[in-house]
Design a protein around this ligand. Sequence first.
Ligand code: ADP
Ligand code: MG
Length: 282
Amino acid sequence: MSGPGTAPLLELQDLTRHYRLPRQSLWQPAPLVKALDGVSLQLQAGRNLGIVGESGSGKSTLARLVMALEAPTSGRVLMDGTDLQSLSVAALRRARAGFQMVFQDPYGSLDPRRTVERIVAEPLEALVDRCTRAEQRERAAEALEAVGLRSNDLAKYPHEFSGGQRQRIAIARALITRPRLIVADEPVSALDVSVQAQVLNLMLDLQDRHGVSYLFISHDLAVVGLVCDEVAVMQHGRVVEQGDPQQLFRQAEHPYTQALLAAIPGQRATVQNRPTIAHSLP
Ligand code: ADP
Ligand code: MG
C-alpha cells in the first residue's frame, strides 16, 4: 500500500453501480437502475468532501461502495491508492480499521439488546489484531469520552439515550478503530435542528483532535456547507456540479444545485465556513 501523501486518501474512478430489478413482464427486459453512473471524485487526507443530492440520487450506494460493503459494477474505489476490490479477505479486514461509517438512523443502527460498551467496541471484533476484553473496555470508554459521554454510560442500553446522544454513540463506535476516513450518511438528518448543530460541532472538533476526514453525505446543502471543504452535487447517479460550498452558495451554475439551494430556508443559506455554534452538550 502506498503511503499517505503520495495518493489521495480516497479516490473514486469512474464508479458505476447498476441494479437489475425483477422483470415485470415476460416480453420486456428486466429494468436496470443506474444508481451510480460514472462518478469520479477525490478526497485528500484531513479534508472533508460533501455529497449532496435529493433522495434516490445514489448517495447511499456511493457510501456502500466506499465502505466495500458492495462491489462496483465497474470503476474503482482507491483508499490510499489501493483498490479495495483487489485486496484479499484478510487484507480487506486489516484495511477496515482505517475507514468507518455512521448511519442516518440513530435508532435503527444501534442494536437495542446490546450495551453501549458492546456497541461501541464492536468494530474492534472485526480487526485482525484482537484486543483483550480489558483493552476493549478502556478504548470504548475513551471513545465515549471523546464524544462527550461518560464512561459509566458503557453499561447502559440505547433506549436510555436521546437521538443526539445515540448519534454520539454511533460516532464513538466509528472512532474506536482510529480511522482516517469516516463515511457519514445523513448523520444528522433524523435529529432536531438544535441537536444537529451540536453533532456537527462535535464532528468538526473530533477532526481537529484526531485528524479524521469525512465523506459527508446529506440531502441538505446548508448542512454540508457547514462541514465540508468541497461539495459534489449528485443527480441520477452522476456528479452534476462540484466545488467550494461557499462558492456554490453564491453562484450555483447547475439548475439542479439552484433548486437545492432554493430549498434552504433563508438565513441558513448565508452560513459562514466553520461556524461557531454554542458548544453545549445535551
Ligand atoms: P440516496 O441515498 O441518494 O437516496 P440510493 O443510493 O439509496 O440513493 O439509491 C439510488 C437509486 O438506486 C434509487 O433509485 C434506488 O431505488 C436504487 N437502489 C439502491 N439500492 C438498490 C438495490 N439494492 N436494488 C435495487 N435498486 C437499488
Ligand atoms: Mg440514502
